[in-house]
Design a protein around this ligand. Structure first.
Ligand code: NAD
Ligand code: NA
Length: 399
């Protein structure tokens, strides 16, 4: 069939398998061009492995240091009434490309928050890899059903304490407008957001993996966080999601205790703001990202998920010195270029001036829009979008 983008609000309802395949090829080519990551991981579990930072992590491990990878994600194959999801097509392409180079790659599709998927993953590790030496936790979800209580929590993206008013952009239309977001009115909303995006599930995974005896000596584990500039603090770092990130960052202490006998190490990596399915859903943030992209491209320091993950592995987790560079509270910082003083100063100046009229001049809104569609396999160079495309793509290890 002919597959075109179809959007509703900030989401794209369709995805293009050939575009996804080309995106995977492009990310792999970048990793190969950067060369082998010395002393990199060999047996890797990626939880949240199908899109965004997760698929870029998987590609970096596999094609940067020849790692066998198991990817866990929650995606949908195509059905008679619906196309497959972008993460499904990415994963199908990834496995196919990994297998073509003799790399072990298997995937598990289902709810990572559940005991069942944890057990399936452990059984697969035992069967095939025996143990893992790196566990990446890159799940982003609006909802979580707690495996012990059966209760389902929904996260909210709201300020805490006071309403937040600022500019925002509809990146489809390019209209910049003022928005006021009311604060959470009950503690429960904060607690629910922490239950979904905080560290509890990461801890549960590490406990289960340890219990099963599938963690290698010296195992590393990393989860991803974000800080960003003061102008987004009310909606991000000081908002409900920020409480969840505080909880995620605090769980490093618990996981490090858990890993003591294996001489393992747990980290949170603070990553750069990027266009992903998750970040496009947050008000104000897409306007900030489109200004940030303009400034960082002008300074030749722009990065996407794959560039970020290459730096995370090569210069941080597996740095040539053998030690992992961290900030004063123990976090890996690959948001270092985003947070550079000169970058933030220029973004703040543009922020004060930006309107609908000057948006395309002051920001990289076109780049934002393009990257958004590229998440779904559209607007990729070299793809003929008028060509008949088979939407029934299988993930080799799943079908
Ligand atoms: P994403 O939406 O692209 O990826 C989310 C992944 O989680 C997908 O693989 C999806 O299949 C998986 N997933 C969701 N629910 C699941 C479930 N129930 N079971 C199994 N898998 C599930 O998100 P992303 O932007 O790559 O975010 C990953 C992490 O990086 C998050 O912690 C996010 O906060 C963080 N981060 C994002 C940014 C950004 O700007 N996008 C910046 C810094 C940090
Ligand atoms: Na991810």
């Amino acid at each position: 069939m002919i597959i075109q983008p179809r959007t509703r609000g900030f989401i794209c309802l369709t995805a293009h398998p050939a575009g996804a395949l080309q995106t995977m090829k492009n990310q792999i080519a970048y990793i190969k061009e950067k060369g082998t990551i010395e002393n990199g991981p060999k047996k890797v579990l990626v939880i949240g492995a199908s899109t965004g930072f997760g698929i870029a992590s998987r590609i970096t491990a596999a094609f940067g240091s020849g790692a066998a990878t198991i990817g866990v994600f929650f995606e949908k194959p195509s059905s008679p009434s619906k196309l497959g999801t972008a993460g499904w097509y990415n994963s199908a392409a990834f496995e196919q490309l990994a297998h073509a180079e003799g790399l072990y790659a298997k995937s598990i599709n289902g709810d990572a928050f559940s005991d069942d998927i944890k057990n399936q993953t452990i059984a697969l590790i035992k069967e095939d890899l025996k143990e893992v030496d790196l566990v990446i936790y890159s799940v982003a979800s609006p909802r979580r059903t707690h495996p012990k209580t059966g209760e389902t929590y929904s996260s909210v993206l709201k300020p805490i304490g006071a309403p937040f008013s600022n500019k925002t952009v509809d990146f489809h239309t390019g209209v910049v407008s003022d928005i006021t977001i009311q604060p959470v009115d009950k503690q429960e909303d904060i607690d629910n957001t922490v239950a979904v995006m905080g560290g509890e599930d990461w801890i549960m995974w590490m406990e289960a993996l340890k219990e099963a005896g599938v963690l290698a000596a010296g195992v590393k584990t990393v989860a991803y966080s974000y800080i960003g500039p003061e102008l987004t603090f009310p909606i991000y770092r000081n908002g409900t999601i920020g409480q969840a990130k505080n909880d995620l960052e605090a769980s490093v202490i618990k996981i490090n205790k858990l890993l003591e006998e294996k001489k393992g190490e747990a980290y949170v990596s603070v990553n750069k703001a990027l266009v992903t399915q998750s970040s496009s859903a947050i008000p104000v943030v897409p306007l900030y990202i489109s200004l940030l992209f303009k400034v960082m491209k002008e300074k030749n320091i722009h990065e996407g998920t794959i560039e970020q993950m290459q730096r995370l592995f090569a210069d941080r987790l597996y740095s040539p010195t053998g030690s992992v560079p961290v900030d004063d509270v123990g976090r890996i910082r690959i948001d270092d270029w985003e947070m550079r003083e000169d970058v933030q100063k220029e973004v703040a100046e543009k922020w004060n001036k930006v309107t609908t009229e000057n948006l395309s001049e002051l920001s990289d809104i076109e780049g934002y829009r393009k990257e958004f569609f590229q998440l779904f396999g559209f607007e990729i160079d070299g793809i003929d979008y008028d060509a008949d495309t088979d939407e029934n793509v299988k993930i080799p290890s799943i079908d």
